[in-house]
Design a protein around this ligand. Sequence first.
Ligand SMILES: Nc1ncnc2c1ncn2[C@@H]1O[C@H](COP(=O)(O)OP(=O)(O)O)[C@@H](O)[C@H]1O
Ligand SMILES: N[C@@H](CC(=O)OP(=O)(O)O)C(=O)O
Length: 439
Amino acid sequence: MKKVVKFGGSSLASADQFQKAGEIIRSEESRRYVVPSAPGKRFSRDTKVTDMLYNCYDAAMGKKDFQDILSAIQDRYNEIIEGLGLTISLNEEFKIIRENFIKEAGRDYAASRGEYLNGIIMSAYLGFEFVDAAEVIRFDEDGTLNDTVTGKLLSRRLDKTEFAVIPGFYGAKRDGTIVTFSRGGSDITGSLVALAISADVYENWTDVSGFLIADPRIVRDAKSIETITYKELRELSYMGASVLHEDAIFPVRKAGIPINIRNTNAPDDEGTLIVESTCRKPKYTITGIAGTDGFVAVTIEKAMMNSEIGFCRKVLQVFEDNDISIEHMPSGIDTMTIFVHKDEFEEKEQKVLAGIHSAANPDHVELESDLSLIAIVGRGMRANRGTAGRIFSALAHAHINVKMIDQGSSELNIIVGVRHDDFRSAIKALYEIFVVTQI
Ligand SMILES: Nc1ncnc2c1ncn2[C@@H]1O[C@H](COP(=O)(O)OP(=O)(O)O)[C@@H](O)[C@H]1O
Ligand SMILES: N[C@@H](CC(=O)OP(=O)(O)O)C(=O)O
């Protein structure tokens, strides 16, 4: 039995947390490959080491004195080293980091040191071999992951070692330049390692007892999901359930390796099992609810739009030409609405509007911002009639105006658009109807 265990920043934020992780790893010999994140928040107003590193590097680039921030980062690590009773010193490492900051080694290099240093500590603490992710996670020149080469490098290297620590979040190009994944990317490293060593399970240890039906920051005491399919999870993580990076699913999914989300602070809880498919019936009609803020709806009206061949293509071309991705596109007879991310759209807004006018000659174009999208996801929806009705009724009861509804043809999810101000109450109302009262 071989397990890959990834510990998130909250699980490694202090010596106490490290000890909990250590106990978990030592309690099963199968937990042989450990992927640590950088130290996260110790309390809600704390700063993650990754953010401290970004700040520090930005100060260095702005030719400001960055030594104080760097020392504060080193203090975080020293506190962990001392708390664990280790005798290692990171002085040399911090000297090198300082020099590389001055040499402008890059923002990715800076951020990656969070995981790199935590990996060194973890390997000393466990007595496992340290494998630098720069040697085994390969990025192409354009900054995208090369999964074929990565797979080969990882399996070749890990074949030689039975117990190893591989820091998460970063890798390198062929020439050694460090590249990181997007935020939360240590989850992807864990998944790549699990695939490379053909793990029996990929355990992802965090600060919640699994994937919860709704974001616990919105629904207090949200229940956890026992079993979820990769497909359902993909929908939920894409829509903002941040517990697992949305790209972490692909490597393990290829090989059918289950992911088990577990809680470092409650290791006896079984957490959530993420699998390819399951005959286990979900407890509720829905598996989960997730949402994202910050959308703009662009509504285009033109009489007889439906009979004008090529109208949609012309409009969509304008978004493509401006490099803006489209999230959803509900349409009517004489209208079509395009949902885009505000942060991508805002700057190019006038260019896009002018483009639509010249390409498609509409009667009217209207923008509505501050919208949120909420996905209600569940493999159980197909077998239950009236899900959409219950969604509308829950939202109507909570006095929430539904701006858009979109049901995927797979019947795996229903997406509703609401105003930003209604976002939290909409999620609460949906949780209430599907989980609490189960009407
Ligand atoms: N549906 C959900 N289930 C569980 N946690 C969620 C969900 N949606 C958002 N979260 C948030 O994700 C956090 C865990 O992810 P993250 O902060 O990346 O952890 P880690 O530092 O362990 O990688 C939880 O503390 C919780 O606040
Ligand atoms: N430390 C990185 C990568 C990461 O995956 O962290 P965490 O496991 O704490 O989400 C970040 O903050 O983005």
